[in-house]
Design a protein around this ligand. Structure first.
Ligand code: GAR
Length: 189
């Protein structure tokens, strides 16, 4: 059984979707949810789903040691960032080399980097007049949004689309593809 931890900072709709996808799996279990904000709605979802959760402060996350101990205590093999906004420290990457994936709500290398998350990304896509957006599922390394890309999927952006319209299309792609791509990556580990 591969045990995964999902890190999320906010609503956690992707975390819930991934947890539901693996709910009846006999090879993968979502064993832990990690949030960096005690008020993040993902913690309510974790409770409802019966998944253990922990909250770490920004400083604890940066220091990494306590969190690494917690991940070991839960026998975590793989980490999924699903709407997680802090930069992953080198120590954690060294502990889980090639075993941390992120989803970015745009087609990297466009619209990535520090501060580019959630609605900011979709606003940037609309402001740039892009004709398409999408999702990028990639490995985490020490720079924001720069690790090896595993998978991209695109959606059209029409003239007149708002950032909210783009967000809806991108969320649909996330729900459709993210769990399946995680499953494929895990099968190759
Ligand atoms: C998702 O769209 C995810 O791609 C994005 O945050 C949203 C979280 O939604 N992640 C980033 O912007 C990371 N740079 P959710 O909390 O409902 O899953």
């Amino acid at each position: 059984m591969k045990r995964i931890a999902i890190f999320a900072s906010g609503s956690g709709s992707n975390a819930e979707n991934i947890a539901n996808y693996f709910a009846n799996s006999d090879s993968v279990q979502v064993a832990l949810i990690v949030a960096n904000n005690p008020n993040a709605f993902v913690l309510e979802r974790a409770k409802r789903l019966g998944i253990e959760s922990v909250v770490v402060t920004k400083d604890e996350f940066k220091a990494a040691d306590g969190l690494i101990t917690t991940l070991h205590e839960h026998n975590i093999d793989f980490i999924v960032l699903a709407g997680f906004l802090l930069l992953v420290p080198a120590k954690l990457i060294a502990e889980y080399p090639g075993r941390i994936v992120n989803i970015h709500p745009a087609l990297l290398p466009k619209h990535g980097g520090k501060g580019m998350y959630g609605d900011h990304v979709h606003e940037a896509v609309v402001a740039a007049g892009d004709k398409e957006s999408g999702i990028t599922i990639h490995l985490i390394d020490e720079n924001y949004d720069q690790g090896t890309t595993f998978f991209q999927a695109t959606c059209p952006v029409y003239p007149g689309d708002t950032a909210h319209d783009v967000a809806e299309k991108v969320h649909a792609l996330e729900y459709k593809h993210f769990p399946r791509v995680i499953d494929e990556i895990l099968q190759q580990l």
